[in-house]
Design a protein around this ligand. Structure first.
Ligand code: 5GP
Length: 191
């Protein structure tokens, strides 16, 4: 998606260790018009797939999932990170390794909000090694829910998550796919 690629080029900052900082429009300040157009794009890609729920993870996935859900007219469920006393004990859980923080954390979703009747689109801001998406898929398995596909705003295609998920037969749609980034700020996209 050209609009997103341009925004990454003008506002993104490459940090050492292969981390792209996009605080100016996604991870801290939110460019609402841009995020709404990402939501519209996901709707166009998955509109005929019978999706009745969108699953994401707090915090930065929520705005994109919300934008998409506004077109699908379905609820958004977001997995909570860490030990959550207020979610209760009746939860699906998964352990995930955080690429940006370099340590493991737990995700949980209340059993009240996911079940076998659900056909789910997973949405997240970034796809790197695929740990977050695989953890959400593990939660869907526990719920007996069906995975329709995965919508990602920014895939770092030089990390293995996307190719591993596609090789496993998962439909992954990324709106910007980065081929390479260098510490001088150069960012190349796949066509
Ligand atoms: P993965 O689990 O695929 O390795 O990493 C995806 C998760 O880590 C996303 O939920 C995102 O929050 C975070 N992440 C991974 N790479 C980046 C990055 O380069 N920049 C930012 N801002 N977040 C990232």
């Amino acid at each position: 998606m050209k609009l997103l690629e341009e925004k990454i080029k003008t506002c993104g900052r490459v940090l050492p260790g292969g981390v792209l900082k996009v605080d100016g429009f996604l991870n801290h300040q939110i460019d609402v018009d841009l995020i709404m157009s990402l939501g519209r794009e996901f709707f166009d890609l998955f509109r005929d797939e019978g999706i009745n729920k969108i699953l994401t993870v707090e915090a930065s996935g929520i705005s994109i999932a919300f934008a998409a859900a506004q077109f699908f007219h379905v609820p958004v469920v977001f997995a909570k990170k860490g030990e959550n006393k207020n979610v209760g004990k009746d939860v699906y859980t998964g352990e995930c390794f955080s690429f940006t923080k370099g340590k493991p954390y737990e995700m949980s979703v209340s059993k009240a909000y996911l079940g076998k009747e659900d056909s789910v689109l997973i949405i997240d801001d970034f796809l790197a090694n695929g740990a977050a998406v695989k953890c959400l898929m593990h939660i869907l398995d526990q719920a007996g829910a069906s995975l329709v596909g995965v919508g990602i705003a920014i895939e770092k295609g030089f990390q293995p998550g996307g190719s591993e998920l596609r090789a496993a037969g998962v439909r992954v749609e990324s709106l910007a796919r980065i081929r390479s980034m260098d510490d001088e700020g150069g960012i190349e996209f796949f066509d």
